[in-house]
Design a protein around this ligand. Structure first.
Ligand code: CDP
Ligand code: MG
Length: 164
């Protein structure tokens, strides 16, 4: 089914000038960009994106480092549309831990550190991308990041070949 999802190019991806490279991977497989902007979020907004759920899953320390990381520079927020796009994007992005992310995935191609290294140094795991994990997260996250007027309905030329 056609779905929508949120992707963020995190501050490390933007500062490493990987924005174009990352976006082209989504476009090449036929996904449609229906919303996109650059935003420099503050800690309050970061807390709405990375909710208490992160503390429950990863611990309070990880969440605090993560809040600092995501608000440390501008991010590119993208709303993507496509068939089963939530799962497809997670596949293209790769494993959360750069060390485990396989080559060919964005994280596997552009990052390499381990949880052990980051945790030992009390650093966030800089893995370039955020991607909604499931339908409910995608719905809530898109509502947080995009207003209705920032989402655009249009046809791309290749739909005739990719979707029909
Ligand atoms: O981003 P993803 O959905 O793959 O993973 P998550 O479990 O939702 O964790 C959110 C983010 O926390 C990760 O993408 C990492 O940037 C960060 N993290 C971290 O800084 N240190 C860890 N030990 C684990 C995750
Ligand atoms: Mg997540």
């Amino acid at each position: 089914m056609i779905q929508r999802t949120l992707v963020l190019i995190k501050p490390d991806g933007v500062k490493r000038s990987l924005t174009g490279e990352i976006i082209s991977r989504f476009e090449k497989i036929g996904l449609k960009i229906i919303g996109m902007k650059m935003q420099y979020i503050d800690k309050e907004f970061a807390q709405k994106h990375y909710t208490e759920d992160i503390s429950k899953r990863r611990g309070e320390k990880v969440r605090n480092n993560l809040l600092y990381y995501i608000a440390s520079g501008p991010v590119i927020a993208i709303c993507l549309e496509g068939v089963d796009v939530i799962e497809i994007i997670r596949k293209i992005v790769g494993d959360t831990e750069p060390k485990s992310a396989i080559p060919g995935t964005i994280r596997g191609d552009y990052s390499h550190v381990s949880y052990g290294y980051a945790d030992d140094k009390n650093l966030p795991v800089k893995n370039l991308i955020h991607a909604s994990a499931n339908k409910e997260d995608a719905k809530n996250e898109l509502k947080l990041w995009f207003g209705k007027k920032e989402i655009h309905d249009y046809k791309v030329d290749h739909e005739e070949h990719t979707l029909n």
